[in-house]
Design a protein. Structure first.
Length: 545
């Protein structure tokens, strides 16, 4: 893994030749057009520590605390650990592929803009609007209101209104404010997860007065794998595979690393650094928390199989209540609340930046390019996202938990589509490098595993997307809601893609037409300082840098 900061005479010669021979339609890529809107309208204010922690905030969300119980009930303790490990590795490999592309083209909207450059304009249009649609579904805001029902009997509408206020304030001010808020929340969340893990370990080892040592008891009885829908080995496999979709949802915030590239200081250095650390930092924390969970609660506990959206059915809470630890359930609920609020906050930010990136390519009204002159925030997109937060008031009826479950399934399929597009972007970029006479060593950032990781994550992304709702095809288990929530997003993508392709007459970008010369020009015209080695007291910054 290396960052490239030198420019060789050989590269300059190739660059000049490429500029003369690459055929690029003038209306698509005029000089400086790719980076114009990001450079002139947005403020590059996010620091390395902030961009890395924003990703952590997005990843450690309600999926771990609310849906992990249902996952455990489907697949058992060993299946649970395997599911989180497999998806975690796929996510990490996907981020390695994304880091290379994001370093070459650090644009707001990340994979949406990248797909227009390396694949087809219609892909960027279709996926961009799909992400907008997915982002305006206020699943996380629904969670905040429902989680509060653990402590209060007040109407969910009251809590939706209460939590909307800080979300609004965080997003209408400078991106620096957003970065600092999420940085603090990330530190708080990590601290609470550590407390959770340590408390679970104490409980498992018999450190609570009056409680016997559990050890691996629940791995033996009721067993390592659960039967789901069917019995025997078939039922165990069905449970394990059905659990993967909910685990995908749990890892959902990883993509936010590159989304804010246009507002990040030294993005060609800081985004790859954040992406590299996802693989071991997130997977290690997730695996530790999930492993402890598998030790302290049995998969056949009826309370974890269903959820009302509050911490009352969280497997951690159930385990601590059984152990007689009264304060920890409240900590779990507080942690779930922090996670839900951060996800809702992140959703508003994502919608506004995606609309900005679409408008930059004339695929959304130009009004979404408007930014505050002082704060340089795309306030029109922020306002639209906040207006759609009103959909959260759907929780005022008794189907709140079902709404959350539906949002989760829809989100998982959109995430898988994004992983697929990220992988294809990397594959196409590497092919374009060869076609235009560049080497991978010419990239601002490259790593040895990225070419293979792109293909691996592409394979698993496609496989999981196609099988996301497979249980509904099992005889006697048809569910219209499962079918729609699992496959409506891919179908919507295809419709949007074909629609834009038909009306605009777009074509797949030829490898020789990929604007690599312009991308490399921007790279060499905006040199970034060498990363400082971590020494002395700065070793502590490794926790968040």
């Amino acid at each position: 893994m290396s960052f490239n900061t030198a420019v060789s005479p050989e590269f300059e010669k190739k660059q000049t030749s490429a500029l003369e021979t690459v055929s690029i339609k003038e209306e698509e890529f005029t000089a400086g057009s790719i980076f114009r809107e990001d450079d002139t309208k947005l403020e590059k204010a996010l620091k390395e520590r902030q961009i890395g922690m924003i990703a952590l905030v997005g990843v450690f969300g309600t999926g771990l605390f609310l849906s992990s119980g249902g996952t455990l009930a489907k697949t058992g303790p060993v299946g649970l650990c395997l599911a989180y490990l497999i998806i975690g590795v796929v996510v990490g490999l996907n981020q390695m592929a994304m880091a290379e592309v994001a370093a070459l083209a650090p644009l707001t909207g990340s994979s949406i803009r990248h797909s227009e450059i390396f694949i087809d304009e219609a892909v960027g249009f279709a996926f961009g609007w799909l992400k907008v649609w997915n982002g305006i579904l206020p699943g996380a805001l629904v969670s905040t209101a429902v989680v509060m029902q653990y402590w209060s009997n007040l109407s969910a509408g009251v809590w939706i209104t209460v939590f909307l206020v800080p979300i609004t304030l965080t997003n209408i001010f400078s991106i620096r404010v957003y970065g600092e808020v999420e940085f603090v929340f990330a530190l708080l969340k990590i601290a609470l997860i550590v407390i959770l893990v340590l408390a679970g370990l104490v409980l498992d080892l018999g450190g609570v007065k009056g409680q016997e040592r559990l050890g691996f008891h629940y791995w033996k009885n009721p067993g390592p794998f659960a039967d789901y829908i069917a019995e025997g080995s078939v039922g165990k496999f069905v449970g394990f595979w059905a659990a993967l979709s909910s685990v995908v949802y749990s890892y959902g915030g990883v993509q936010s690393i590159a989304l804010l590239a246009g507002e990040t200081k030294n993005p060609r250095t800081n985004i790859p650094k954040a992406a590299k650390r996802i693989l071991y930092r997130v997977v290690a924390l997730y695996m530790t928390a999930v492993f402890i969970l598998s030790l302290i609660v049995p998969y056949n506990d009826p309370k974890i199989a269903t959820s009302d959206g509050t911490a009352a059915h969280s497997p951690y809470v159930i385990a601590f209540e059984r152990g007689g630890i009264k304060v920890l359930p409240h900590i779990v609920n507080a942690l779930t609340l922090c996670s839900a609020w951060s996800e809702a906050n992140l959703g508003v930010m994502q919608v506004s930046r995606i609309l900005f990136s679409l408008a930059a390519k004339h695929q959304a009204p130009s009004i979404f390019l408007r930014t505050n002159k002082t704060l340089r925030v795309p306030y029109v997109g922020v306002s639209l996202a906040l207006v759609f937060c009103a959909l959260a008031y759907m929780t005022l009826n008794s189907t709140a938990a079902n709404v959350f479950s539906w949002f989760q399934s829809v989100t998982s399929s959109v995430l898988l589509l994004e992983w697929i597009i990220i992988a294809i972007n990397n594959i196409r970029m590497n092919r374009a490098l060869i076609a235009q006479g560049y080497k991978r060593s010419d990239l601002p950032y490259h790593n040895k595993i990225a070419p293979a990781s792109a293909w691996i994550s592409l394979f698993f992304g496609v496989l999981l997307l196609l099988t996301g709702g497979f249980t509904t095809f099992i005889h006697g288990h048809f569910s219209a809601s499962t079918l729609v929530s699992s496959y409506c997003s891919p179908l919507a993508f295809v419709v949007l893609y074909l629609g834009w392709k038909f009306f605009k007459g777009t074509h797949q970008v030829k490898l020789t037409e990929v604007p690599l010369p312009e991308l490399f020009d921007d790279y060499h015209n905006k040199p970034e300082p060498e990363p400082e080695p971590i020494r002395g007291w700065r070793i502590l910054t490794f926790l968040w840098s």
